[in-house]
Design a protein around this ligand. Structure first.
Ligand code: AHR
Length: 507
């Protein structure tokens, strides 16, 4: 009954740890899809555009969001992309048909421009190679273009294009969603595993310091899920540092809000399953290596009933306004649950990319020649990226549950805590899934004097509320008054960030 109060308890002890958070867990993704690049990243006649045509208002928001790593250029786009089209003098670059998104790709932005933008955004690039229509040769040439010192063909081409110093791109994805029949150049697991192994081998000869991500499953309901990971890892074991997982949650798939808010359980199970399979392959090979997980596409995505989700006819357009989802308060809670789910598995999830960053399924939205603004989902990511650095603690949580047909019993509280030993702080991230206010008692062990100094919440009586022009600040985080040191009140259906500092002082 609304108006009631549930209770929960959380024990925080710095001796019980999961892992240090890899900064790359706070990554995102920019694909040549919709208005992500043209209109999001780059709009040379925008009032805030810099000397390279990059939107200054967007760059400021990306920096504010504290994104660490950005995957580029796709996504499905990469499986038909000829990276050579996107380098060199702009006037010589061809316009191509992008078959993935039925778009016209003018190639005005390519690898060099992305790297320049990434530097301005202060993020690490994560590049994907085309293992759909291309293969080993294009992949090794791109690594040479990016990472080799001048003196060979592709490195000299980079220098001639104005970039004498190697870019030193460390993270590389071996294709994208190759398990998906929609993928241009889709392959079965054995074919893909062999190709990934050979492409990775060649790329690593060019630059031995690179880290490689092999494609896992596009979502947990894929008929090949599990078997795909097993075969791919078996074949590409020698080159794989990470295996990817993709997972989008469509609110329209769920019968009600309670079920939707429980969707993060699927991500948790998927992560646990992939880790188990990777460890199974390791055991079979008598290897002590633990493959890392790269959740390099995750988000809420309104797909069902969305006319632009699968565009199978109509003219090819340049930068069509597709997948510009409006994210509401409920979506922000789901994003919060998904982040907590990954943090709780930070020992295996080392890389994660909120998909995407700009306009396309994104926390940052823009209008051509107009404003850029923050969606509701901007905030949980921002809070986690700003305050969720350090060591994830293995917290003990006791809370009530509710029943969801697809999942069984679901905790009313999704929560984790991150300890920053240098600053002496602990930050609790929590989603109260319930319709009632929740009283959360915290028991802190072995951190004398640690007490809440700030409680940030994102919630709204209207879970459909969103930030859309002109009301782009309709939903904002706010600060709640603190009650007793060990007693917090989490509003109904809310995202909470509780900063705990020595003696409860602010830092
Ligand atoms: O992020 C949008 C699309 O979702 C990506 O192109 C693809 O990898 C996934 O299916």
């Amino acid at each position: 009954m609304a108006g009631d109060r549930s209770t929960a308890r959380m024990v925080i002890d710095p001796s019980f740890t999961i892992a240090d958070v890899d900064d790359r867990l706070y990554g995102s993704f920019v694909e040549h899809m919709g208005r992500a690049v043209y209109g999001g990243m780059w709009e040379p006649d925008h009032a805030t555009a810099d000397e390279d045509g990059f939107r200054g208002d967007v760059l400021a928001l990306v920096r504010e969001l504290a994104v660490t790593t950005i995957r580029y250029p796709g996504g499905n786009f990469v499986s038909g992309y000829d990276w050579e089209d996107g380098v060199g003098p702009r006037e010589l670059r061809p316009t191509r048909l992008d078959l993935a998104w039925r778009s016209l790709e003018p190639n005005l932005i390519g690898t060099d421009e992305f790297i320049a933008w990434a530097r301005k955004a202060r993020v690490e690039p994560m590049l994907a190679v085309n293992l759909g229509t291309r293969g080993i040769d294009a992949a090794r040439a791109l690594v040479e273009y990016c990472n080799s010192p001048a003196g060979t063909c592709w490195a000299d081409r980079r220098a001639a294009n104005g970039h004498p110093d190697p870019y030193g791109v460390r993270l590389w994805c071996l294709g994208n969603e190759m398990d998906g029949p929609w993928q241009i150049g889709h392959k079965d697991a054995a074919e893909y595993g062999t190709l990934a192994a050979e492409a990775g081998k060649a790329m690593r000869v060019v630059d031995p310091s690179i880290e490689l991500v092999v494609c896992g499953s596009s979502h947990s309901r894929m008929p090949t899920f599990g078997a795909w990971e097993d075969t791919v890892l078996d074949r590409a074991w020698d080159v794989a540092d990470y295996i990817s997982l993709h997972s989008y949650y469509d609110p329209a798939r769920y019968p009600d809000l309670d079920a939707y808010l429980a969707c993060s359980l699927d991500l948790g199970r998927m992560i646990d399953g992939v880790a188990a399979i990777a460890d199974g392959v390791a055991a079979r090979r008598r290897s002590r290596r633990r493959i890392g997980l790269s959740v390099d596409e995750w988000n809420v995505w309104y797909q069902r009933g969305n006319p632009d989700f699968e565009r199978t006819d109509g003219a090819f357009e340049r930068a069509p306004g597709i997948a510009q989802d409006v994210h509401n308060v409920a979506d922000a809670l789901v994003v919060g649950c998904l982040i907590i789910t990954m943090l709780r598995r930070a020992d295996r999830v080392r890389i994660a990319c909120l998909a995407q960053l700009l306009n396309t399924i994104a926390p940052i939205q823009t209008r051509d020649r107009g404003p850029a603004w923050r969606q509701t989902t901007f905030y949980p990511f921002l809070h986690a990226s700003r305050y969720g650095r350090g060591t994830v603690l293995r917290v003990e949580v006791q809370a009530g549950t509710y029943r969801v047909a697809e999942e069984g019993e679901v905790s009313l509280l999704e929560a984790t805590a991150v300890h920053d030993p240098d600053a002496g702080t602990v930050t609790i991230f929590a989603v109260n899934r319930g319709a009632d206010e929740m009283e959360l008692r915290t028991v802190v062990r072995d951190l004398p004097g640690l007490a809440p100094s700030e409680h940030i919440v994102l919630c709204d009586d209207d879970l459909d509320a969103a930030n859309t022009p002109p009301g782009v600040d309709r939903v904002l985080p706010r600060i709640l008054p603190l009650l007793e040191p060990d007693r917090l009140v989490l509003p109904p259906r809310s995202w909470s960030v509780v900063r705990m500092t020595p003696e409860g002082r602010g830092t």
